[in-house]
Design a protein around this ligand. Structure first.
Ligand code: ZN
Ligand code: ZN
Length: 241
């Protein structure tokens, strides 16, 4: 995004929060997750302007833990209480380097590192950009739609061929299917029979106001359906789904 004409960093977090609150009105099944996320995005927006270095993120832990204890789901609230405060710095570094996975504490590192990663300039590498993405966005291009993948950490977009699985690179059409539901016109899942992974896709031609990383959270019922069918999401969202 062009920083001269596009929204500022704070605006982006506030836009995400506002979108989450709007979708919470529309989708009852995802309401709780969306409202929790809206509070997180607002908090991230407030800290974003003050983030200078990775080491400096440690000072924001207490405020985040307090927010999650007050507004988060029970399991995350417990994780906030259980967090070993002496490991805060290590936790951030391990997550940044991709060495910490599948621990309840990962959530806190990810929330803290997202605004930091968002400050990277276009030439600077985010270690998670090469990992499977959280979500894809389809945007109108010519007569059709182009695909961008959204990084789970820095939330920056990068172009990717359509009709290819970002999990395993499968491109045989018969092995890729699109799953959708009438209640979610802007959302579909691209499922891969080869690795059994799926990627949520947010279609901006259906809703230009959609924000991929937020609209994807609203699709909880689609996620549950896909999990029932034996698929796994390529990269879980902040709600752990
Ligand atoms: Zn990234
Ligand atoms: Zn695949």
């Amino acid at each position: 995004m062009n920083s001269e004409t596009g929204p500022t960093t704070l605006d982006l977090w506030n836009l995400r929060a506002a979108r989450a609150r709007l979708l919470a009105e529309r989708y009852g099944a995802s309401r709780e997750i969306l409202l929790f996320y809206a509070g997180l995005a607002e908090w991230q927006g407030q800290m974003a302007g003050r983030v200078k270095t990775l080491a400096g993120l440690v000072e924001f832990f207490p405020s985040l833990l307090d927010l999650v204890r007050r507004t988060g789901p029970a399991a995350l609230g417990q994780a906030a209480r259980d967090l070993d405060v002496s490991r805060r710095r290590v936790l951030l570094e391990e997550y940044w380097e991709g060495r910490a996975r599948n621990s309840p504490a990962d959530f806190f590192a990810r929330v803290l590192l997202q605004p930091y990663a968002a400050t990277l300039t276009p030439g600077q590498e985010c270690p998670w950009c090469q990992e499977p993405p959280q979500v894809g966005r389809l945007r109108p291009q010519g007569e059709g739609l182009a695909l961008d993948l959204v990084c789970a950490l820095c939330l920056r977009c990068r172009p990717f061929p359509r009709a290819r699985c970002p999990g395993c690179n499968e491109s045989v059409e018969a092995n890729l299917s699109n799953l959708s539901a009438p209640d979610f016109p802007q959302l579909r899942l691209q499922a891969c029979e080869t690795c059994r992974g799926y990627l949520p896709l947010v279609d901006l031609s259906r809703d230009p106001e959609a924000i991929p990383e937020v609209d994807e959270l609203a699709g909880l019922p689609l996620d549950l359906w896909a999990h029932d069918q034996g698929y796994h999401k390529l990269h879980p969202n902040l709600a752990g789904i």
